[in-house]
Design a protein around this ligand. Structure first.
Ligand code: SAM
Length: 216
């Protein structure tokens, strides 16, 4: 259905994703199908499958393909979940989550990015993703609890309010640390306890808002 850049997508999956140890077949299939070049700014299509983040305007980025795939893989989706994403950006991660779960709520604080992401998600025919404009640091209580929450911007620490919106067994994937370097972490709810694991060092743009960094 989206034949353009098919070879680039195959190469991305083979060399950036599988080669780094991600082998979930549903995830790899979704990455092979989703036309990433539609989510970048017009004129940047040829860079869309590069092994790096790309600017999307408003000082924001579409994350590196591997990091998007890794965070998705850490969410361990089977198809029935309701997922919250904080940081819609281009909409690519939200669309990928939509292909692998039942329903996605994705929050973005920059209205222009949210509108653009809505249009692209619609264009690629993904119907189960709702993009909400606003500060997502406090989550989105009307649709909670979530089996998975992905925060795709760097938080100073883990907002308890997000942990509280997980189902029992639910997972929060979030980069936390300083503004310049973070640790990607997975938090899992077990009753009233939360286990956490450090995955790898990462660099994300800051999560700005009530339970994130203050704007400066
Ligand atoms: N997931 C995105 C994608 O697939 O393109 C990449 C996200 S980009 C690295 C981080 C995004 O988080 C930016 O678009 C930024 O505006 C957004 N953001 C930062 N703080 C936020 C907040 N408090 N609530 C919602 N979005 C936020």
């Amino acid at each position: 259905m989206f034949p353009h850049f098919q070879q680039e997508r195959e190469d991305m999956v083979r060399w950036q994703i599988e080669e780094r140890g991600l082998h979930n077949q549903r995830l790899l299939e979704a990455l092979r199908k989703l036309p990433r070049h539609l989510f970048v700014q017009p004129g940047d299509e040829i860079y869309a499958y590069y092994d790096e983040p790309i600017p999307i305007g408003f000082h924001q980025t579409i994350s590196q393909p591997y990091i998007t795939a890794l965070m998705t893989s850490l969410a361990a989706l089977e198809g029935k979940e309701t997922v919250l994403e904080v940081g819609t950006g281009s909409g690519y991660q939200a669309a990928l989550l939509g292909m692998l779960s039942n329903r996605v709520i994705s929050m973005e604080r920059i209205p222009e990015l949210a509108e653009r992401a809505r249009k692209i998600v619609d264009e690629v025919g993904i119907k189960n993703v709702e993009i909400i404009i606003g500060d997502g640091t406090g989550g989105y209580p009307p649709e909670a609890p979530y089996q998975a929450i992905l925060v795709t911007a760097a938080a100073p620490s883990v907002p308890q309010v997000l942990l509280d919106q997980l189902t029992d067994g639910g997972r929060l994937i979030i980069p936390t640390g300083t503004r310049s370097l973070q640790q990607l972490q997975v938090w899992q709810r077990r009753g009233s306890h939360f286990d956490s694991e450090d995955i790898l060092p990462v660099v994300f743009v800051p999560l700005l808002g009530q339970y994130g960094w203050k704007e400066r």
